[in-house]
Ligand binder design. Structure first.
Ligand SMILES: C[S@@+](CC[C@H](N)C(=O)[O-])C[C@H]1O[C@@H](n2cnc3c(N)ncnc32)[C@H](O)[C@@H]1O
Length: 433
């Protein structure tokens, strides 16, 4: 391929191939962005996010247009055509530019024998227009198993969930309550010419009318605000924090909720933040530093308590478990390609294991909040039901909340195209002896 810089579309096709092979966009996109000058990076990002978002629809169309699949070594050209189809179907780019530049990118990828095919497929796609999606998976652009699971789990809501997953997520802020109240910060935004309003349920939340780079946010570098979805912000209201409490954030990275906890109650005795990922834990410290907050960080498997616990029980535990992330697909459309149906049962076992372990280090009279960014009951209220069957002393607390749905064992927020992500919360209390 030589040393000459690759065209953006060729780079985008490489990113899509990496995602198909199991890498997340957050892993493979940053190095790809660095191969382009800064002014071209937003476009590459939009191409990769958009192609992931519409992958299942575009792939269904492309497979219908190909007489036979490309050979494995040419698979990158399949992705190159998906990127071009994304532009034809979902962008304002002029058709001739998409066609010419895609053919050029095909050459740059050292696949000159496929330029005729690429040109022919894209010309036909342009001439014939988008086909009527043949299946719900193609129509809603999700893998078949997700469509079926959502239809089964949410017979009334599955289509709305799928549509919300394809919407552009809003940019939401959490005002650092130690610095400003929400109205003050809304005033600062207005002065800066940034249109925004308060979130409906989270007390410190602000939703922007359209996203802006964080550098434009008043006092961002000084810790006035953080970017955090409204649903994620709700954890602090559920924890019922009070001065003097010792709090554990058991799955903490990148630290959004750790920081929200520290901001919402200034005089906590200690906040311990654990994450098993050595790569992700430093992000917690970076966020704490920007906000001028202090927590005790430990890299550990939270469930292996003998490896990290000092023997002092916690008044409050937030357990924001690893999950399918099926409630945040609109922010991470690569989940559609990465997640497998077979992931869910092992995830549920990890979730229940973490819950068991955390329960054992919760103080009698203490409170544990279980959270996921999933919309699958298997990871949500069914985990809580399974746990309460084993742990008969656990008291399920019904939060006094205006948001979400009561699932009998926790509350579920479904993703809302105009506001919050999909999330689940359950509140458990341990009785005093
Ligand atoms: C949903 S994310 C947490 C998001 C975080 N609470 C926030 O608000 O910024 C789940 C985290 O759990 C971590 N994790 C997974 N298994 C773990 C375990 N057994 N012990 C501790 N952390 C774990 C992952 O590395 C990941 O960072």
């Amino acid at each position: 391929m030589g040393d000459h810089p690759q065209p953006m579309r060729a780079i985008a096709a490489g990113v899509m191939l990496a995602v198909e092979n199991g890498q997340s966009l957050s892993q493979c996109l940053p190095p790809a962005l660095n191969r382009l000058p800064p002014n071209e990076r937003p476009e590459l990002q939009a191409l990769c996010y958009g192609t992931c978002r519409w992958f299942h629809r575009l792939d269904s169309e492309l497979n219908g247009r190909l007489k036979k699949p490309l050979r494995k070594p040419d698979r990158i050209v399949h992705h190159l055509m998906l990127v071009a189809l994304f532009q034809l179907r979902f962008s304002q780019q002029a058709t001739y530019a998409v066609l010419n530049e895609t053919v050029e990118a095909c050459r740059a990828l050292d696949k000159p024998h496929l330029t005729g095919l690429v040109n022919g497929v894209l010309r036909a796609a342009e001439r014939e227009g988008a086909p009527e999606p043949a299946t719900d998976a193609a129509r809603f652009s999700h893998p078949v198993w997700m469509v079926e699971k959502l239809r089964h789990n949410w017979p009334e809501d599955w289509q709305r969930i799928l549509e919300a997953n394809n919407a552009q997520a809003p940019m939401t802020l959490r005002v650092n309550a130690l610095r400003f109240n929400r109205d003050q910060y809304l005033g600062l935004l207005q002065e800066a010419g940034i249109e925004a309003g308060p979130t409906q349920f989270a007390p410190h939340g602000i939703q922007l009318a359209s996203p802006v780079p964080v550098e434009r946010l008043p006092w961002f570098a000084d810790g006035a605000v953080s970017v955090q979805d409204e649903a994620a912000q709700l954890c602090t209201t559920l924890l019922d924090l009070a001065p003097g409490q010792r709090v554990l954030d058991a799955c903490a990275a990148p630290g959004g909720k750790t920081c929200a906890i520290l901001e919402s109650c200034a005089e906590l005795a200690e906040v311990v933040a654990i994450d098993e990922s050595a790569d992700r834990l430093p992000r917690v410290q970076e966020n704490l530093d920007r906000l001028d907050l202090v927590a005790t960080l430990k890299q550990a498997d939270a469930a292996a308590i003998e490896q990290w616990w000092d023997g002092e029980v916690f008044d409050r535990i937030l357990l924001d478990v690893p999950c399918s992330a099926s409630g945040v697909i609109r922010r991470h459309p690569d989940i559609k390609l990465l997640r497998r149906e077979s992931d869910i049962v092992p995830l549920a076992a990890i979730q229940l294991g973490l819950l068991d372990a955390m329960w054992s280090i919760l103080k009698p009279g203490g409170r544990l909040v279980y959270a996921t960014c999933s919309v699958f009951p298997q990871e949500n209220h069914r985990i809580i039901q399974r746990f309460c069957k084993q742990q008969t002393d656990a008291i399920l607390v019904e939060p006094d909340a205006q948001w979400g749905r009561d699932m009998g064992a926790g509350r579920q927020l479904l993703p809302d195209p105009f506001s919050h992500d999909g999330f689940f919360y359950a509140v458990l209390e341990k009785p005093e002896p």
